[in-house]
Design a protein around this ligand. Sequence first.
Ligand SMILES: [Zn+2]
Length: 59
Amino acid sequence: MTPRFRNVRRIGPVQVATFLARGRNRHLAACTAPRCDFSAEYDSRPAAELAARTHRCKA
Ligand SMILES: [Zn+2]
């Protein structure tokens, strides 16, 4: 199943998106910097946005 990203938002270099996985909303925070491989999934949107806001990019 291809995830469908909704509410994509950029916070600094990190993109936050909401998608549906197995009938539940999941929230992804992923850094777009070329040499940074940070990405994580969260159960709540505020948690994902907080992670994006506090991400310290090493790239
Ligand atoms: Zn980063």
